[in-house]
Design a protein around this ligand. Structure first.
Ligand code: HEM
Length: 412
């Protein structure tokens, strides 16, 4: 099989330094962790946003930003971030109530819902995302995608893994699970900026699966049922299915791409660790988990303060925004010894890379399956895999969406 993916177009859509991600701080090339250590040592909660406190003066856009009319606070320690995550009654994931039947997009998706409404929607799709379903994703979409992509460059002796491999896997996995053919997968990624265009691609598939379900995610969604407070059973409307599909694409493709790139960069820059993982594949999972802790691709998520609250010594007024710097929390020395070391032998403790509390990443087992299958297949098929000594070495850049610049490798 060939993926028939237009690699030049993939490069344009997934340029970390290009216009797509510039508003989230794609131009930031520094190492934010020393500043985050200092901030964590100074106080559990600071006034200001994470990027301002890190020294970036230009306005950035991400979850919880910019909201110029609200007071902003940021938290940097593990305990303080997880306590906010565990208190959704005070710290909501969206600024207001959500009308799921309303507009299509992430603002009306599960990520923005709270309480019983969130539990009901999440409960509908959760069964497709549990660990036991990882094999369903691997067998149906991930394995074939991974091997087809490696097949395109395996004979050349060199490749650029960040875009040509890491970026392509999650898009093809998620669009595959929607029943979108490979040739249209990039149209859907490009169309994310115009929801109408996504709907145009998905509408015929939703209609077809309503008539005749298949073994894919859209079929799960069209058949899912929930019972409302009055005991009436509903199925998801087309609008709700489109919103959920867009949420999966936005939440699941950029994140997994960048996290896989971070993991590969980190391993390739440490040949002795890469060799250990190659020789004993049981180390691949700890290598992936440690990269999630050490360098989570999205190091900040925000919560909206519902009621005046005293929080770890700071008064947070209702209406303010609390930014949880999970990147800093993941290197809290109170939880991990030598937190700045990438150490795949350290005892495994859950980090906040996938969040925590009711909105914990729905797709984390899919993301893990993609990274484990992808990196495992590279190690299987390219025994000589190493960084290209003649090319510019990869660097981790970005503020709110961190990732690798480019990962030029050789294996011939
Ligand atoms: C390594 C890759 C990924 C990372 C680091 C990541 C991280 C996160 C984080 C931190 C959250 C919580 C956000 C918050 O606290 O406001 C989240 C939520 C979510 N993620 Fe992921 N994610 C990844 C991959 C995926 C994938 C592959 C999918 C889907 C296939 C996905 C779907 C979702 C959804 C639907 C939510 C919202 C859950 C809810 O509101 O209940 N994510 N993700």
């Amino acid at each position: 099989m060939t993926t028939t993916l237009d690699i030049a177009r993939v490069r344009e859509l997934f340029d970390l330094r290009g216009s797509f991600l510039v508003q989230t701080g794609g131009g930031y090339t520094g190492d934010p962790y020393p500043a985050w250590h200092r901030l964590r040592e100074q106080a559990p909660v600071h006034r200001g946003t994470v990027h301002e406190l890190t020294g970036i003066t230009e306005p950035l856009v991400f979850h919880g930003l910019p909201y110029p009319d609200r007071p902003h606070f940021s938290a940097f320690g593990y305990e303080v971030c997880s306590s906010a995550y565990r208190d959704p009654a005070t710290f909501a994931s969206a600024p207001g109530a959500v009308d799921a039947a309303g507009a299509i997009g992430t603002d009306s998706s599960m990520l923005a819902m709270g309480g019983a409404q969130h539990r009901r929607y999440r409960g509908l799709v959760q069964p497709s995302f549990v660990p036991a379903k990882a094999q369903w994703w691997i067998r149906n979409w991930i394995e074939e995608t991974v091997h087809a992509l490696i097949g395109e460059f395996a004979g050349r002796g060199r490749a650029e893994l960040n875009v040509d491999f890491c970026a392509a896997i999650p898009v093809l996995t998620i669009t595959g699970s929607f029943g979108v053919p490979v040739a249209r997968a990039l149209d859907i990624r490009a169309a994310l900026r115009h929801t109408g265009a996504v709907v145009e691609i998905l509408a015929p598939i939703v209609a077809a699966r309503r008539a005749q379900p298949a073994d894919d995610l859209i079929s799960v969604l069209v058949q899912a049922e929930y019972t409302d407070d009055d005991g009436v059973t509903h199925r998801l409307s087309d609008t709700e299915i489109y919103s959920f599909s867009i949420l999966l694409l936005t939440a699941g493709s950029g994140t997994t791409w960048k996290q896989m790139g971070i993991t590969l960069t980190t391993l390739l820059q440490r040949p002795e660790v890469l060799r250990a993982v190659r020789d004993d594949r049981r180390l691949l999972r700890p290598a992936v988990e440690e990269a999630l802790r050490w360098a989570p691709t999205d190091p900040m998520f925000s919560r909206f303060v519902i009621a005046d609250t005293e929080f770890h010594g700071t008064h947070l007024p209702a209406g303010s925004v609390l930014h949880l710097c999970i990147g800093a929390a993941n290197r809290d020395p109170d939880r991990w010894d030598h937190p700045d070391d990438y150490d795949i032998t350290r005892p495994l403790k859950p980090s906040l890379a996938f969040g925590s509390g009711p909105h914990t990443c729905l797709g984390m087992h899919v993301a893990r399956a993609e990274m484990l299958t992808g990196i495992g297949a590279l190690l299987d098929r390219l025994p000589e895999l190493r960084l290209d000594p003649d090319a510019e070495a990869p660097r981790l850049i970005g503020m709110y969406e961190r990732g690798a610049t480019a990962i030029p490798v050789r294996f011939g």
